[in-house]
Design a protein around this ligand. Sequence first.
Ligand SMILES: [Zn+2]
Length: 503
Amino acid sequence: MTRLAIAGLVHETVTFLPEDTSLEAFERGAVRGEEIIAAYAGSNTVYGGFLKICQENGVAIEGLLCTECAPSGPVAKSAFQTLADEIVSRATLWRDAADGLLLHLHGAMVCRGDADPERTLLLRLREVLGADFPIAVAMDLHGNVGAEKALLADIVCGFRHSPHTDMGETGERTARLLLRQLAGEIKPVMAMARPGLVLPSIFTATDVSPLREIMAEMRTAAEQPGILDVTLFTGFAYADVPEIGATVLAVADGDEALAIRTAERLSARLAEAREALYNAAPLYDPEEALDKAAALLAEGIRPIILLEHADRCNDSTHLLEAMLERGVGRTAVPYLHDPIAALAAASAGVGGHLMTAMGGKSSELAGAPLLFTGIVTFAGPLRYRISGPYRTGEEVDLGPAAVIDNGNIAVIVTTQSITAVDTDPFTQCGLDINEFDIIALRSKTHFRAAYEPIAGAILIVETPDWGPADLIGLPYRNAPPGIYPITMAPPDDGLFDGFNDEV
Ligand SMILES: [Zn+2]
């Protein structure tokens, strides 16, 4: 019987954020051993995809450690070391009993003192498992995937959709290829090409032109005889690392030249489309967005989705402040992260009157905490399985949460940080989504799966938080020369002197 080990360490790191990400953040969602089945079987997640293929093929599995947490600042060095130590020591114990390893990484994880901890983890795994031990990795489309990391694996497959409605499918592709390799049916070889650009997350929606057409070409390329898989990574613009940027990665069956040609052709397509990719949708500042929303509502178009997309931590207050000064319709703000406000509201209970400062705590760019006065209309712990098309079936635990409603704006405050991307916040908190003219979200692309079908209009609101569409003003120090649009030419100094230093 074939036996596969499964592990995962997933984090999308915003290196510009001031606060480190702690071990506790990863421990909250960690699963080990058999727990992986209860947590993920049947879900539209990478692990759900791994488990499905293993089950279909009668493969025995061993969960090592699978953990991830919401996007946040650099991972504390000790946290990464503890997690990597556990994965490596569990892999060492399981090594002689396992035929291969299925691994889930994001591709854009950074820790203090290590710009590419995923590479470090793969190197450590290679040390104990050996150069010939089959390792297949499933990654996020938003990875900064350099050759030094990717080529440590036998197989790398990434998400092809943003919103990532294909997480399960990506896990399946990865597991299927590993099993075919183990059966001796294929000899995977990988090649990569990098077009010298990075896309802001807001412009990585794969159903918006021109990325839609390039993704279609990528899928056609993946169907060529001799090609086993192709991924187009858009890169993650908010991790300031030497490997920042888009990557096309092709996996071929023994034919390295074919893999190289395939990756280079798609990479050239990305490079030639770079200006169009970077201007894929109009941007509004909060005042312009409210003007536009008011005009659309006057025409009977509703609901209007306002996307405060630059907010990576779900606590930015720029748009809420503008909406408090000038209400243009009945408004919902699902999932504002503020543990103190959430606890105060949950303690006040349903019907309680509350005046609380909320949001604006993740960094000075998140805006000031806002004084908000309202009535609590829902209070309680929020723990449920996601019903939307993204991460379907995965359990989330947001801790104490509450709806505070001032009669015009209803804000759902949570203890844990999560980006609202589907309609679960409404159903879970007893709100009727049809009641709202404006829904203010902080998503980049994932909301599209649930909201495009019901939205009257989608307006992208540019605010000065750490995830803007306009990358030019961000304080990059490690991005290498020639990454459009952030380092068009070699800067005078300051290169490569940041995250590889001990901080
Ligand atoms: Zn992603």
